[in-house]
Design a protein around this ligand. Structure first.
Ligand SMILES: NC(=O)c1ccc[n+]([C@@H]2O[C@H](COP(=O)([O-])OP(=O)(O)OC[C@H]3O[C@@H](n4cnc5c(N)ncnc54)[C@H](O)[C@@H]3O)[C@@H](O)[C@H]2O)c1
Length: 342
């Protein structure tokens, strides 16, 4: 019930037509659907609303594969809720994997992140490069990978997909992602505001291509990469500097100005990534949606919903804003658990 989930449901529904797709989500962003026409969860066979921190084991009965997306999904939330981020993203993930292994689940796919490379020099990070997680979010992914590894076995294959930063259209759109933010600014106010000095390197991937990679991981044989595999997911052509992304958006939308914050503190999160291993192991599931196509689909989607919110950085398209509002309204407690009011 997040940004990536709907694409994954579409992809797996197509690849495994006879299967039963089960959703599991706490529902923080349940009402953040991008258009009013479709509730994305209509496409799963069964949907649970529950907290991964109290995962009910009975849900795992008969399950063949788990695509584990649930979690706190960015640095701003992680910085604000550090311990909660570790609880949900790390501790609950490991408990889930243990329960899944016990229940006979065969394949566990974890949505990890290239952000665990943190600051890096100019050479592209490979899976063998040292990790340098700088934030609670990045640490939660690194700790989870570390503790997942010993759980993998011949019968319990684990794939940790270290995704590039996502972009593109979704039935539950986020605008707190760099390319999505730039296109939203360009559409709403003909202005792209880069918060950094524009130099950081950031690999990108379209959300549909994330789903394609997940599809590969669900079906992958242990001969392809081993019982435990941590792998960078993206494409070598998609290592961009943030200012290049802004220029690409400006090239597709007329009369757009780009402003760069020259006084910004250098953004420490800057890394180029090598996707050679992914290219070798998953030749049939390589990214297909390029930068310009991603910009166009976002532009057309936003225009379709008549998006014109110049103040969107304060809107419900930003995950942190939603959680903050739910807390202020007394709906979530400080552990980000729902408070039931009778
Ligand atoms: N979007 C990206 O750029 C990107 C890149 C790399 C990795 N990832 C990872 O992919 C996954 C999905 O990302 P997204 O962009 O869809 O994020 P999102 O915030 O849109 O979705 C996350 C979902 O997890 C659910 N969730 C959070 N805490 C939960 C809990 N305690 N119990 C049950 N459900 C819970 C939320 O309700 C939400 O629906 C995340 O794990 C994220 O870290 C995303």
């Amino acid at each position: 019930m997040g940004y990536v989930g709907p694409s994954v449901v579409n992809q797996l529904g197509t690849s495994y037509p006879g299967s039963t797709l089960v959703g599991f989500d706490i529902g923080y962003f349940g009402n953040c659907i991008t258009s009013t026409e479709i509730l994305p969860e209509c496409r799963v066979d069964l949907q649970y609303f529950a907290d991964i921190r109290q995962f009910p084991e009975e849900v795992l009965s008969g399950v063949g594969a788990i695509v584990h997306l649930a979690g706190i999904s960015n640095d701003p939330i992680g910085n604000r809720f550090e311990e909660v981020t570790l609880d949900i993203n790390y501790r609950a993930s490991i408990e889930l994997a243990k329960k899944a292994k016990e229940a006979g689940v065969k394949s566990f796919i974890f949505a990890s992140s290239c952000s665990m490379y943190g600051t890096a020099d100019d050479s592209a990070r490979t899976e063998k490069s040292p990790l340098n997680p700088l934030t609670a979010y990045a640490k939660s992914k690194a700790f989870t990978e570390r503790d997942l590894k010993p759980l993998a076995s011949e019968r319990f294959k684990i794939t940790s997909l270290r995704f590039s930063t996502a972009c593109g259209w979704s039935d539950r759109l986020r605008l707190d992602l760099v390319l999505n933010d730039f296109v939203a600014g360009a559409v709403a106010s003909r202005r792209i505001t880069i918060l950094s000095d524009g130099t950081p390197w950031r690999p990108l991937i379209n959300v549909k291509d994330m789903a394609r990679a997940i599809d590969w991981a669900v079906g992958r044989d242990a001969a392809d990469g081993g019982e435990f595999l941590a792998i960078n997911v993206g494409s070598d052509d998609w290592n961009y500097q943030v200012r290049d992304l802004a220029e690409a958006v400006a090239s597709q939308i007329p009369e757009v100005g780009v402003s760069i914050n020259k006084d910004a503190q250098p953004d420490k999160r800057s890394y180029k990534v090598s996707f050679e291993l992914f290219r070798r192991l998953a030749p049939q599931h390589q990214p297909q949606v390029d930068l310009i196509a991603s910009i166009r689909e976002l532009k057309e989607g936003l225009e379709d919903i008549e998006f014109n919110d110049q103040d969107f950085r304060n809107s419900n398209f930003m995950r942190l804003n939603i959680l903050t509002r739910l807390q202020k309204k007394g709906l979530l407690n400080d552990k980000l658990e729902w408070i039931s009011k009778l």
